[in-house]
Design a protein around this ligand. Structure first.
Ligand code: HEC
Length: 181
């Protein structure tokens, strides 16, 4: 009788051991990943890198001509407060850290006499500052023109850039026509 009981108890114990061993192994194999912050991870709102599939179409800026059609030069004039540490905007204004920006619209890149441009900018001297070029440069100077010495992070807001381009275009004796959508 005693021996029978021992057998049953032994069987029960070894079953328990097997279950425990399985449980531990499973714990190692399927290690639960605990989030550092409780809650669900939301999909990133950042647009996928360079035209990645599924990037929301809304992430792309509207063409500059479309934005210029609704741009406000007065708002652009306010926005260039951020540039005044380095640039003057009035006619006959001096060069500071950066060249004077009167008449910059449609001016050739890097063409203010006596200003020490970067080699990168001088290399583009055959191109003019069109609305598109200004828009691209002001969005992210260093990405648009690697090697530029303009130490400015850029204007991230597409509509604000259009305001600035529209304002820059007014700084001329005879403002040029802006591109139409
Ligand atoms: C920290 C100083 C600094 C700030 C701030 C700055 N710039 Fe510049 N900018 C420069 C320098 C330096 C250059 C010359 C870059 C080169 O030679 O590569 C330049 C060049 C330019 C040019 C090209 C001019 C030409 O003659 O080819 C434009 C246009 C321009 N800046 C516009 C702006 C606008 C608009 C802002 C404000 C939104 C701004 N910059 C803010 C320093 C600055």
């Amino acid at each position: 009788m005693n021996i029978e009981l021992n057998k049953i108890a032994g069987a029960g114990l070894s079953t328990l051991l097997v279950v425990m061993a399985l449980n531990m192994t499973a714990g190692i194999v399927f290690a639960p990943k605990k989030p550092t912050v409780p809650g669900y991870d939301l999909p990133s709102l950042e647009p996928a890198a360079a035209g990645g599939a599924g990037a929301p179409a809304a992430a792309a800026d509207e063409p500059i001509a479309v934005r210029l059609a609704k741009a406000d030069p007065a708002k652009g004039e306010k926005a260039v407060g951020a540039c005044k540490a380095c640039h003057t905007f009035e006619k006959g204004g001096a060069n500071k850290v950066g060249p004077h920006l009167y008449d910059v619209y449609d001016r050739n890149k890097g063409s203010v006499a006596g200003f020490g441009y970067s080699a990168a900018m001088k290399g583009k001297a055959s191109e003019a500052w069109t609305a598109e070029n200004l828009d691209g440069f002001l969005k992210n100077p260093k990405a648009y023109l690697p090697g530029t010495t303009m130490a400015f992070a850029g204007l991230g807001k597409a509509d604000q850039r259009a305001d600035v381009v529209a304002y820059l275009n007014t700084l001329a004796d005879a403002p040029k026509p802006l591109p139409k959508p």
